[in-house]
Design a protein around this ligand. Structure first.
Ligand code: AMP
Length: 370
């Protein structure tokens, strides 16, 4: 598929895509949209940054317009990802005011969410915990949620959302379309898919896809004592925005504080910060008010900020596959990016695991990582 025009989409949607600057579908969109338009179930193996929001958003909107009795539910692991998806959907439905979207996420007051539900949204974007809260309080009915999207399903399971997912799945109709997206398809995701999807079509966009190929990866050998100096040297030698990952909330705070003391414009996000603080930090980083954002993995997953020039692993991720997610924050949608890891002697075993993981996935840059 060379252009969205070939899909003969409803005009308001076609116009919205053009206004968003989306002319050519990304590979995941080219593969997933035609399948999802036929109401088939789908497993999309793709990470955030490949254009997967529109890959499920576009066919979902077409199907919702075609069948007014149907509604859609999108479940995601984190508030940030939910907010991002809500923003993309707002753009896609810009010319379709009849398609209202409600955002149900934790860390925000219930009241406005209940009000949004009164308006009979056709699409709900939710994190599992908060949706279960609303279900228990009788605020929401999912009996017409005939389109279900499970986004970043692997992360939802990693974060321990399996019980909530199972509970939510009891409330949605059996006869429905389910679209599951996951960066990886480990056995527990296969089990989830076998349980909840019917004869799904599989679509895979591996880490060898465009966004990742344009990321230059490098490492610097240092020590725990010299790490901060190494970080400063690298920040001074580089231009453009920088996303720094630290291992814990406390280390995130500490790095951000150090940077601020040294005169860098830095902000921070992690799970203990309020939603308001997280949103302000992300917005400030996106707008260029802060050049640097320091984050833990939990808060940074799914973050879609275009033009992040550098990702720096101040600490290595605890889980090898998070390395892929982290470096995927740069070089998004075709832009160039750089990923740097600061390695101390204590990191040796973890780095070996990451390298092996990359080799197994045949990531293109694996060869020059040693
Ligand atoms: P996603 O994986 O949905 O988070 O999308 C990653 C980035 O790619 C976002 O910044 C989108 O705005 C952008 N994007 C998605 N689809 C397209 C497209 N067809 N053309 C250009 N940019 C796109």
């Amino acid at each position: 598929m060379l252009s969205f025009k070939e899909l003969s989409l409803p005009l308001p949607l076609e116009r919205a895509l053009a206004e968003m600057g989306f002319q050519k579908p990304t590979p995941i969109q080219a593969q997933a949209i035609p399948v999802a338009l036929t109401n088939r179930d789908l497993i999309g193996c793709a990470q955030t940054g490949t254009g997967k929001t529109a890959a499920f958003g576009v066919p979902m909107i077409v199907n919702l317009l075609k069948t007014p009795r149907k509604n859609a539910l999108i479940l995601v692991p984190t508030r940030e990802l939910a907010i991002q998806i809500d923003e993309v959907l707002a753009s896609l439905t810009k010319n379709l005011p009849e398609l209202k979207v409600a955002l149900l996420i934790g860390g925000m007051a219930m009241g406005p969410q209940i009000k949004a539900l009164w308006k009979k949204p056709r699409i709900i974007v939710a994190t599992p915990g908060r949706l279960v809260d609303h279900l228990h309080r009788g605020n929401v009915s999912l009996s017409t949620a005939e389109i279900l999207v499970l986004d970043e399903a692997d992360r939802m399971l990693d974060m321990g959302f399996a019980p909530q997912l199972n509970e939510i799945l009891r409330f949605v109709p059996k006869s429905r379309q389910t679209l599951l997206f996951s960066a990886t398809i480990p056995p527990d995701i296969q089990k989830l898919a076998a349980r909840y999807l019917k004869d799904p079509v599989r679509v895979t966009i591996g880490v060898v896809s465009q966004p990742v190929r344009k990321i230059t990866q490098s490492v610097i050998q240092t020590t725990a004592a010299a790490k901060n100096d190494a970080l400063m040297d690298e920040l001074n030698a580089r231009e453009g925005s920088v996303l720094i990952f630290a291992r814990t909330k406390r280390r995130t705070d500490r790095v951000a504080r150090l940077l601020a003391q040294c005169g860098y414009k830095a902000s921070r996000i992690h799970g203990d910060r309020t939603q308001r603080q997280r949103t302000d930090a992300i917005d400030g980083f996106r707008d260029g008010k802060f050049r640097i954002l320091v984050a833990t993995d939990i808060a940074a997953r799914g973050l879609d900020i275009s033009r992040i020039a550098h990702v720096i692993n101040y600490d290595l991720p605890a889980v090898p596959e998070d390395y892929i997610h982290r470096i995927g924050r740069t070089g998004r949608a075709g832009a160039e990016g750089e990923a740097l890891s600061l390695l101390t002697p204590e990191d040796r075993a973890q780095w070996r695991d990451i390298s092996r993981f990359l080799e197994r996935r045949r990531a293109p840059a694996a060869a020059n990582l040693h």
